[in-house]
Design a protein around this ligand. Structure first.
Ligand SMILES: *[C@@H]1O[C@H](CO)[C@@H](O)[C@H](O)[C@H]1NC(C)=O
Ligand SMILES: *[C@@H]1O[C@H](CO)[C@@H](O)[C@H](O)[C@H]1NC(C)=O
Ligand SMILES: *[C@@H]1O[C@H](CO)[C@@H](O)[C@H](O)[C@H]1NC(C)=O
Ligand SMILES: *[C@@H]1O[C@H](CO)[C@@H](O)[C@H](O)[C@H]1NC(C)=O
Length: 713
């Protein structure tokens, strides 16, 4: 349940803030590089407005084709395919890793500006006959780094003394819970893993970040110098299953230090007019019955995202293997009388393990949906999508004056409930499914807004000092002076409850301060950030790709080609590259869906409001407050959409991009089917249909209509 009332305890935070300003004149930093300034350099690639998210590769050098999936694909005879055992708990054969990176090289290399690589690049501990070793984990991670070198390496730089100029685009790795031994257990740094990975990732970690990496395995990379930074969070320090650490509340914990580092860096980026994307392995999943982060870390993170909402573009995670998204809600936070963050709902939640049973995942997803029923419903005459089109206060107020007082009150309450006209109460985390074929192997390409930066280029060449290196001093906070009146509570309610605030501000002085520095909110004149309003760096859409191993393993077996020919690593390979037309006899990823062209999700962009609208539509027909809905306005009578964007029975005649991308359209066209009219009538049918689409995508199109009953309330 979301807590909608203002929380008096939140008022306890009248906070402090960095007084020391870093003397970096924003104007000089923001000057675009003109072509003249690098006339003597080789042609630099221009920004393409896309990046690749790759996660959970899980290579396994013990994988044996045609072995049994019951042996983790290590022995016996069975169905394990040459390119991987889809829909099993087996890890990825090296053939799949090679094929995947070859496909990236042939199809994505020139389209993307940077790579977000969210960890788990070693095999699971799933075979007691072959225990994992430190060397094994390190070797598999080096192998994946080598794949990146093969795809994105700059041949002429690879052997020079600077390890950080080796790639045509920046690559930002992060720790997964299986990149260490034993899995999940990451001690406070520096430790052998921060040392090992300082070397394994030496080509990726900017020089100026090595110190903080050595300290705790966290860093950030300016992928577009002076404009956009990607944070590599070490979520192992937030992860509930890491028994070597204990949350983010206590100063002796690395999670506390990590959050302090994050706060200070985000503050610097704000001063420099930069934006930031958060990335990590384990997402901040938190539903009624499950959660993946320690509660104190979840709360601090939600608070940080709230306070730096003018800086943060969004959060990108892996680990779960299932395709989904989640919100962080800053309203659910409070402090106890020792000033510590406390779980308002004070609930026992179980860990979310990506290898959990399908029942457990079904429970997780249905819990997620259940949680979305608390997302405030726009009163009639308003909608999230309308807010996205015209969010001018005057417009809303003008509309409001034409309505009854009760209607106006509803509209005001709605805006208050979602944190103002930009829905700034929430922040968003996107989780991509994995390469390891627990379902089908996947890749995600995200499109972001580069308006005004068309002539900029991704960071490459010698890494310049990234921001200013600072040491977070944990034992005193003297560099942080007390702040004016701003508090979380203030910013959450503005501007609707102005008057009430002033009263509360007085009371607030008497409350205890929490034992951490409250990040400063955006200045009162700051424009809403890229997560909330479309602008440069706003995430616009993503394309989810998948490789249908059922088809591909079979196709390879009957093709008579060598593996090198089939996956395209042989020079004579008949490549499908570039030309997005069906070509047989070659390994390929195909488009599962694109958030923008997809007729079901119909996401105009990936802002928080667009996702709130989607979440609300997915949960619509299990809500209890349905009276306000005009579901047909929001959700026209769309029909079942197959992977690749084929809409069965659609009469719109609208062609989507997916049609062009669809490499197996004839194969699919045969398979499409019409969904029968739901017994509960049209509206409920639509609600369930969108939910079922979401679930099928969560499991990368490996579930059938019959399977959907596991996901019904
Ligand atoms: C994978 O690619 C590497 C080169 O990147 C090659 O050495 C290796 O033999 C390949 N393995 C398989 C199984 O294709
Ligand atoms: C956590 O898991 C245990 C054991 O599977 C179960 O009995 C308990 O109900 C679960 N708790 C929640 C909150 O789901
Ligand atoms: C990208 O940002 C520009 C500048 O703010 C804006 O005008 C444009 O609508 C945005 N594009 C998208 C697709 O959101
Ligand atoms: C994957 O391929 C198999 C075999 O061709 C086919 O039956 C199945 O429908 C395909 N799945 C998807 C999601 O395209």
């Amino acid at each position: 349940m979301f807590i909608l009332q203002a929380l008096p305890l939140l008022a306890g935070c009248a906070w402090s803030f960095l007084t020391e300003q870093i003397p970096l004149p924003a104007s000089s930093l923001q000057q675009p590089l003109t072509p003249q300034r690098h006339r003597d350099r080789p042609a630099l690639r221009k920004l393409q407005g896309k990046f690749l998210h790759i996660t959970d590769v899980h290579p396994d050098s013990f994988y044996k084709a045609h072995s049994s999936i019951d042996s983790a694909c290590h022995s016996d005879r069975g169905t394990a395919g040459i390119l991987g055992a889809e829909m099993s708990d087996c890890d990825s054969p090296i053939t799949l890793v090679n094929a995947t990176f070859q496909w990236v090289k042939d199809n994505l290399k020139d389209e993307i500006d940077f790579v977000i690589w969210t960890g788990d690049s070693a095999r699971h501990d799933n075979d007691e006959d072959i225990p994992r070793t430190e060397k094994g984990i390190v070797d598999l991670n080096r192998m994946v780094v080598h794949q990146f070198v093969e795809v994105f390496g700059k041949d002429d730089n690879l052997d020079d003394p600077d390890p950080t100029n080796d790639f045509v685009v920046p690559i930002v790795p992060t720790f997964g819970n299986n990149d260490i031994l034993p899995h999940n257990i990451f001690e406070p740094g520096p430790n052998r893993w921060t040392r090992d990975y300082a070397d394994i990732w030496r080509k990726f970690i900017p020089e100026a970040q090595r110190h903080s990496f050595a300290r705790g395995g966290w860093f950030f990379t300016e992928v577009i110098p002076n404009k956009l930074a990607i944070f590599s969070l070490n979520t192992m320090y937030f992860f509930d299953s890491n028994t070597a650490v204990d949350g983010c509340d206590s100063k002796s914990e690395p999670g506390y230090e990590h959050m302090e580092w994050l706060r200070v860096q985000l503050q610097f980026l704000r001063e420099r007019g930069m934006k930031a994307i958060m990335t990590g392995h384990v997402p901040p999943a938190r539903t009624f019955s499950k959660q993946s982060w320690d509660e104190t870390c979840w709360q601090k993170y939600s608070l940080w995202m709230r306070q730096y909402r003018d800086v943060v573009v969004g959060g990108i995670f892996g680990h779960m293997n299932i395709d989904h998204f989640m919100f962080q809600d800053a309203f659910g936070l409070k402090y106890n009388n020792r000033g510590q963050l406390q779980d308002l709902e004070a609930r026992e939640r179980n860990a979310t393990d990506p290898m959990l049973s399908i029942q457990s995942k079904a429970e997780y997803l249905t819990d997620l949906r259940e949680g979305w029923t608390s997302i405030p419903t726009p009163p009639s005459g308003m909608s999230y999508s309308e807010l996205a089109i015209d969010t001018d206060d005057k417009h809303i107020l003008k509309k409001a004056t034409r309505r009854k007082k009760s209607q106006q009150d509803k509209e005001k309450k709605f805006l208050k409930d979602i944190g103002g006209k930009w829905a700034e109460r929430f922040s968003l985390s996107l989780v991509s499914p994995s390469v390891v074929p627990n379902y089908f192997p996947t890749l995600r390409v995200v499109e972001y807004n580069i308006t005004g930066m068309e002539n900029e280029h991704p960071a490459m060449g010698k890494s310049r000092p990234a921001a200013v290196e600072i040491d977070v001093e944990l034992t005193n906070n003297q560099e942080l002076a007390p702040l004016s009146a701003a508090s979380v509570h203030d910013v959450m309610d503005q501007p609707i409850q102005e008057a009430k605030h002033k009263k509360e501000n007085k009371k607030r002085k008497h409350h205890a301060k929490p034992p951490f520095e409250m990040p400063e909110p955006p200045s009162s004149t700051a424009a809403p950030g890229p997560a909330y309003s479309p602008q440069p760096f706003t995430l616009i859409s993503y394309t989810q790709y998948f490789a249908n191993l059922t088809f591909l393993n079979d196709e390879f077996e009957t093709s008579g080609r060598t593996l090198e020919e089939y996956i395209g690593t042989s020079p004579s390979a008949n490549k499908r590259s570039g030309s997005r037309v069906p070509q047989s006899q070659t390994f390929t990823f195909e488009t599962e869906y694109n958030t923008k062209t997809d007729k079901r999700y119909r996401l105009a962009d990936l802002t928080v409001r667009s996702y709130m609208d989607l979440a609300r539509r997915i949960s619509w027909n299990i809500r209890t407050d349905r009276s306000e809905h005009r579901v047909l306005d929001i959700l026209p009578d769309v029909r079942v959409v197959e992977a690749g964007g084929k809409e069965a029975g659609a009469e719109t005649g609208e062609k989507t991009d997916d049609d062009d991308d669809d490499l197996h359209s004839s194969r699919k066209r045969k398979k499409k089917h019409h969904k029968k009219k739901g017994k509960k009538g049209g509206k409920d049918k639509d609600g369930d249909a969108l939910w079922h689409t979401f679930v099928k995508r969560a499991f990368v199109m490996t579930k059938t209509d019959e399977d959907m009953q596991d996901f019904d309330p």
